[in-house]
Design a protein. Structure first.
Length: 120
């Protein structure tokens, strides 16, 4: 499955307004259905962000790299298609064990009822 990227500010704001979000110790996940006018072939689109609360530029970039690695490994096979996702780094993202981050992501998908095969 192909994973696209969210890069426009308007997309990030749309997901922030959608109201579908869940937070865990290592990350915050926002989700919303993909708008119908999108002309991409991607089944899901993902965006990443890290505020200055995470730390200096080095820590923010490291947090986003860890989130990108997490998404590359799990989202294409585990997340429901037809949705846009934004992962927001938290201060603990940089130092948290990768296995715990994986659990955070999968638990967040389950809470939003977007974990593939977990529909209620």
């Amino acid at each position: 499955m192909e994973v696209g990227r969210l890069k426009r500010r308007a997309d990030f704001l749309r997901l922030a307004r959608s109201g579908r979000r869940t937070a865990s110790q290592g990350l915050v996940l926002q989700a919303a259905p993909m708008p119908p006018q999108v002309d991409e072939t991607a089944a899901i689109r993902i965006g990443f962000t890290a505020s200055k609360k995470v730390g200096n530029a080095v820590r923010r970039n490291r947090a986003k790299r860890r989130l990108r690695a997490l998404v590359a490994e799990h989202l294409p096979t585990r997340a429901e298609t037809g949705n846009d996702y934004v992962l927001i780094a938290r201060a603990a993202t940089v130092d948290r064990d990768f296995g715990d981050l994986t659990n955070d992501l999968l638990h967040a998908l389950k809470r939003l009822k977007l974990l593939r095969g977990e529909r209620v």
